[in-house]
Design a protein. Structure first.
Length: 86
């Protein structure tokens, strides 16, 4: 199993989910940044899967979108593909 690949894929899917929610809410990067007190370029990098965020950042993103934090993680991810044998 390639842990780096699974992490990278997860970050990409998380970023896609964030982007979809932001677009659905009709928010630009700058509007989103103002709502959650993060730099717009940082949000862009998260959406591209280029940053592994902290939980507190996830909370700020959820607040900025006006959604429950669990909504950020509502995406398909092939976890069975990455299970390890015990």
């Amino acid at each position: 199993m390639n842990i780096e690949l699974s992490n990278e894929e997860f970050l990409i899917r998380f970023g896609e989910r964030l982007k979809n929610l932001r677009i659905f809410k009709k928010l630009s990067y700058r509007q989103m940044a103002q709502r959650c007190d993060l730099d717009y370029s940082y949000i862009s990098k998260i959406e591209k899967g280029q940053h592994n965020i902290q939980l507190t950042t996830g909370l700020e993103l959820a607040k900025g979108l006006g959604v429950h934090p669990k909504e950020l993680f509502d995406f398909e991810f092939p976890i069975d593909k990455y299970k390890t044998e015990m």
